[in-house]
Design a protein around this ligand. Sequence first.
Ligand SMILES: Nc1ncnc2c1ncn2[C@@H]1O[C@H](COP(=O)(O)OP(=O)(O)OP(=O)(O)O)[C@@H](O)[C@H]1O
Ligand SMILES: O=C(O)c1ccc[n+]([C@@H]2O[C@H](COP(=O)([O-])O)[C@@H](O)[C@H]2O)c1
Length: 226
Amino acid sequence: MNPAGPALRVFYGGTFDPVHCGHLHIARNARDHLSAAIRLMPAADPPHRAAPGASAEHRARMLDLAVAGERDLLVDRRELLRDTPSYSVDTLRGIRAEYGMQAPVALLIGADSLAGLPQWKDWQALFELAHFVVAARPGVDLDRHLSAPLLTMLDGRWTDLETDLEAAPAGRVLCLPNRLHPGSATGIRERIAAGEPWRELVPAPVAEYIVQHRLYVKRPGSPASL
Ligand SMILES: Nc1ncnc2c1ncn2[C@@H]1O[C@H](COP(=O)(O)OP(=O)(O)OP(=O)(O)O)[C@@H](O)[C@H]1O
Ligand SMILES: O=C(O)c1ccc[n+]([C@@H]2O[C@H](COP(=O)([O-])O)[C@@H](O)[C@H]2O)c1
C-alpha cells in the first residue's frame, strides 16, 4: 500500500449462494496482497443467471457470519438496498457517485467471470469505472478462455504491481497470485440436495445457518442431507 496515495477500494461481488471457503480464500488473498479492505457485495437480483436458491437476505446473513472476526473483510449491502437489477455497471456508477471519479476502485472477480465479461451490461464502460483483480480458478485457463474482443480490451491493461492500482482510478487488470481453490456454490447446493457431505466446504457458522434454515434442501421433509 502506498501510504501517501489514495486507498484502493476493493469490491467483491457475487451471488454467494452460499458463500463458501473458496470465496474466503480469495478474499483473504486479495486483502493480504493488496493491503486493502475487501467488501463482499451480495447481488440482490442477479440479472444474468437463474434465481438463487436462497433469498438475498439469507445470502447476506451467511456472508455476515463468514466474515465475523476476519480482519478487513466487510459485507456491503448496497445491491440489496436498491430495487433495480444488480448490474455491476450500475453498482459502480453508484460507488463513483459516493467516492468520486478519482478514487482508485477495483472489482475482485474469478477467472470464469473475467472470461464472461463481454456478456455483462455495458461491459466496455466497466474499465472506465474500476480496475479488475482476477483470481485464478480451477478449469479456467486465461490463455485459452478469453475471447478476441476481450483480449483487445485487456491489451495494455495488465499489471503485476498493486501500486499501479492506487496510481489510477480505473482501467488496470491484475492477476492475484492465489493458490487454486475448488470451492463452488453450485457443487455445494447439489451436495446438499443429494444428501452428500458438504459442511466442510463452508465456514462452520455458515453450515449451522444452512442447517437451521433448511436452505437448499430439495424436499423439505428430507433430513438426510443435513
Ligand atoms: N473457487 C473459486 N476460485 C476462484 N474464484 C471463485 C471461486 N469461487 C467463486 N469465485 C468467484 O467469486 C465470484 C462470486 O462467485 P459466486 O458467488 O458466483 O460463486 P460460485 O461458486 O461461482 O457460484 P455458482 O456455482 O453458483 O456459480 C465470481 O467472480 C467467481 O468467479
Ligand atoms: O452486470 C452484469 O451484467 C453482470 C453479469 C454477470 C455477473 N455480474 C456480477 O459478477 C459478480 C459475480 O457473479 P456470479 O454470477 O458469478 O455470482 C456479481 O457481482 C454479479 O453481479 C454482473
